[in-house]
Design a protein around this ligand. Structure first.
Ligand code: APR
Length: 248
């Protein structure tokens, strides 16, 4: 279960770290409040702040971190049951985690469509617009609605896959929670669905979400890249992990 903290060392800011987090640095977009940049009703009125941000965050400019590669290594070892991520940067896919194992709970930049008639929009066109920080409009003549990547904005439904896969945490025999403040529902409830006989390992700069309250919870506090190296070393996988990351 991952959040923005695992992409920090790739150069993508997280949301809520004081000073460096995205929400602390959106003043230049003069939003009524920081999260408006991902609010669907605000987007309808003023899509430009989102497209200014999309210009900086759009996939293709960032390399996966060794934490992304750790997840890919777990998969290669046949140990990854499911990855629930809140991140929209697609770095898990770029690190080699197969699509059928990934649940992008808050969507991602991978696809885009008109928010009015839902007609899919071409990725090539989207990249062009994002590069020029222009707001793309629906190509259906009768429509002309705003186009938005399939990122889940505040006020929108999470992808069906999130609800279809809700049983996965209860099927796990080990749970990693990495790089998330666990502040946004319903994602934040996922660790509580892990069977209480199953260890939950938090790899995060700070304690979050009540992890540590169960007797077999494990806290690996600090930078997640350091944390996953520690775990890989304990498993005798450090060389394999570095080699996996070198492939990205
Ligand atoms: N290593 C480990 N943990 C880190 C690192 C790091 N290098 N950098 C930051 N963190 C931790 C922070 O301490 C914080 O607990 O990662 C967490 C990041 O929390 P947020 O910034 O709130 O990001 P996230 O949990 O992914 O946000 C959830 O909020 O705005 C919505 O939709 C957006 O998906 C996002 C959701």
């Amino acid at each position: 279960m991952t959040g923005a903290g695992i992409s920090m060392s790739a150069g993508i800011p997280d949301f809520r770290s004081p000073d460096t987090g995205l929400y602390a640095n959106l003043a230049r977009l003069n939003l009524p409040y920081a999260e408006a940049v991902f609010d669907i009703s605000y987007f309808r009125k003023n899509p430009l702040p989102f497209y200014t941000l999309a210009h900086e965050l759009y996939p293709g400019r960032y390399r996966p971190t060794i934490t992304h590669s750790f997840i890919s290594l777990l998969n290669k070892k046949g140990l990854l049951h499911r990855l629930f991520t809140q991140n929209i940067d697609c770095l898990e896919r770029e690190a080699g985690v197969p699509d059928d194992k990934i649940v992008e709970a808050h969507g991602s930049f991978a696809t885009q469509r008109c928010i009015e008639c839902r007609t899919p929009y071409s990725e090539k066109e989207m990249r062009e617009h994002v590069k020029k920080m222009e707001v793309p409009r629906c190509t259906q003549s009768h429509c002309q609605g705003l186009v938005k990547p399939d990122i889940v904005f505040f006020g929108e439904q999470l992808p069906a896959k999130f609800f279809q896969e809700r049983e996965a945490p209860a099927q796990a025999d080990l749970c990693f929670v990495m790089g998330t403040s666990l502040t946004v529902q319903p994602f934040a409830s996922l660790p509580s669905f892990v069977d209480d006989r199953v260890p939950r390992v938090l790899i995060n700069l700070e304690r979050v979400g009540g992890i540590g309250n169960r007797s077999d919870d494990v806290l690996v506090l600090g930078d997640c890249d350091t944390g996953v190296r520690k775990i890989a070393e304990a498993c005798g996988w450090l060389e394999e992990l570095e080699a996996e990351w070198a492939l990205t």
